[in-house]
Every structure is written in C-alpha cells, then in structure tokens.
Design a protein around this ligand. Sequence first.
Ligand SMILES: NC(=O)c1ccc[n+]([C@@H]2O[C@H](COP(=O)([O-])OP(=O)(O)OC[C@H]3O[C@@H](n4cnc5c(N)ncnc54)[C@H](OP(=O)(O)O)[C@@H]3O)[C@@H](O)[C@H]2O)c1
Length: 339
Amino acid sequence: MAQKTFPVAVVGATGAVGNLMVQVLEERGFPVQHLKLLASARSVGKTLMYKGNCVPVEELKEDSFKGVRVALFSAGSGPSRKFAPIAAESGCVVIDNSSAWRMDPKIPLVVPEVNPHHIGPNPGIIANPNCSTIQMVVALKPIYDAVGIKRIVVTTFQAVSGTGMKAIEELRLQVEDLAAGAQIKKKVYPHQIAFNCFPHIGPFLDNGFTEEEMKMVNETRKMFDDPEIAVCATTVRVPIYYGHSESVNIETERPITVEKVRELLSNAPGVRVVDDPSNAGYPTPLQAAGQDTTLVGRIRIDPSVENGMAMWVVADNIRKGAATNAVQIAELLIERDLL
Ligand SMILES: NC(=O)c1ccc[n+]([C@@H]2O[C@H](COP(=O)([O-])OP(=O)(O)OC[C@H]3O[C@@H](n4cnc5c(N)ncnc54)[C@H](OP(=O)(O)O)[C@@H]3O)[C@@H](O)[C@H]2O)c1
C-alpha cells in the first residue's frame, strides 16, 4: 500500500529554526505531500531548497492554511498567537516552537522521549518546549522515573543560534571586526558577545530570574507532571554558534549510583553517554552540533547534598532543541494515526 502523505507548512521558514525544519523534514523522510513555506512579506521572492527543488517563500496570511494538515511554526510568539488558532481552526495540527502556548493548561507541551502521553486524541496546537529545557528533560527523565528527583540546579551555556539568524551574524561580525582591529557593533545583545559571556537570556522578571530561567522551571514541572519539583536555573549566553551546554546538579528522592545513571542513560532514547574523562571524553558543543542526540558526560556524585548527582548535558539547540523535536512530534502523530 502506498505511504500516506501530508500537506505540510513551515511558518518562519527563512529563520534559523524554520530553515532547519525544512532540512530535517527531508533528512528524516517525513511523508510530505506538498510543502508550503511561509514567512513575513520581507521574504517574498526568496526560495529554499527541498529535495533538490527551489520552493518559493510565501507571505503568512490568514488563508495560508487551506488544505494544510500539519504546520510547524517558528516565527516567534506574536505570529503564533495570531495564526496558530486560525490554522488549527482550518483543520491543521500546529506544532509551535514559540513560547506563546507552552504554559496554556489546555495545550500539551511535548518532548517525545519524555511525555508523548500528553498528546490527546484531537490535537489542535502542540507546543514545543524551550531549547534548554528539552535537552535537560531528555537527560533527566530516565533518572526521574527510576528514583525520583526532588531538586535540580542548572547553569546553561547557550549558543547564539538560540537567538536566531541575526545573533549568529552579530557574533561573526564582531569576531571579524576584533580581528581587524575595528570597532565592534552591538544590535542584538546588550554586551559584546565575541570573547565574552553574560547571564542574561530574555528579560529580567520581578523575582530576579530571567524569563529563560523561569521557562526551565515551569516547563520542567509541566512535562514531568510535577508541580513540586524544585528547579533553580542560571542561563548564560556564550560566544558559540551551535550547541547548548548545561551543568546539571540533581537531588534524587532515593539513592542511585553513578554506574546505574550511566546504564539508564545508555539505554535511554535520544541520549548518548560520552563519559571517559581520563581520555578527555565528555560532550562539547562542537561534538553535538549537527546531531539529534543529547550527549551526557561528567556523571559523578555531588557530595554536597544527600542523594546528589552532577552531570554535563550538551545538545544542538536548533536540532533537538527545536526543529528535530517538532518533526518528531509530527512523526508521533502519524504513528498514533492522529494526522
Ligand atoms: N533558535 C533556537 O534555538 C530556538 C529554539 C527553540 C525555539 N525557538 C523559537 O522559534 C522561533 C523562531 O526562532 P529563530 O531562532 O528561527 O528566529 P529567526 O532566525 O529570527 O527567524 C524568525 C522567522 O520568523 C519569521 N517571522 C518573523 N515575524 C514574522 C511575521 N510577522 N509573520 C511571518 N513570519 C515572521 C521570519 O521571517 P522573515 O525572514 O521574513 O523576517 C523568520 O522566518 C522563536 O519563537 C524562538 O523563540 C528558537
């Protein structure tokens, strides 16, 4: 029997995530019947390559979703708030990468390796979590299921691609300007990002944390169905193009050994353990870039607390942290006959 295929739209197709979504659909052989690429009016006239063909970019409009079955959105919160309900209303399943719907109690927030069961029988909008949260929960879920986790303390080292195309360009230009002895220009970030880092991702909130830090708290609680889990995050922007790294300390409910954590993670979907420190074997962002797996290393007892464990978690933020996770959700819908 011929494979069922689906008309697919990518919204924000010219962006860092959208571009990669198109590539990931092709790489994974997603059964696309027809691909529609949408972005702002600025991008009309551009084309993107898909399976060797130039596909034109169209302007996102209210009638863009006629005949589309699945729409992968990555155009920011404003367009998602306005157009995701319009798309869902027209019979399309929306998988949204922005933060617009993530904390809406009616909308599932999904990482396929972690909480596929949150997708109900009639999906309309499904939210894709924040990039730094995705890789952390992929690494922690097997431990959570085995011995429970009471508390997480995480510090992130996040690549500029997490901010989008303009930030990738800002880092490149600043490195070139500094090498040429010229004055650097800042447009995207409040500080020079080349050869620097700053603990400031998203706006600061009244509680002293940033929005990115609170996303890690609230999204973890939602996906683990655990409003009590304690999470303290510090999110740091670093001058790296692709790949977020995270230093993660956990306090488990029941004791667990380093060997057991290694075993659990070695068998976990979407995870690869890279943990051979005496041979400089631990994950780096350069290693993770271009891959869909979450890499975990430096697994060790945290002796500062009872049942403490520390680890280092690295993943490609625009692959598993965004585009790949979204396409995996769409694949899950096909598996469950929900498309
Ligand atoms: N980068 C990441 O690691 C990451 C991870 C998870 C989630 N996300 C989320 O994904 C979204 C996109 O991020 P990005 O990094 O890909 O940003 P980006 O590189 O700046 O791309 C933004 C995309 O959105 C389009 N767009 C902007 N305003 C629009 C409008 N009013 N109507 C239609 N299209 C519009 C842009 O089209 P034009 O080119 O025509 O302007 C472009 O295609 C954001 O919500 C972000 O929070 C990003």
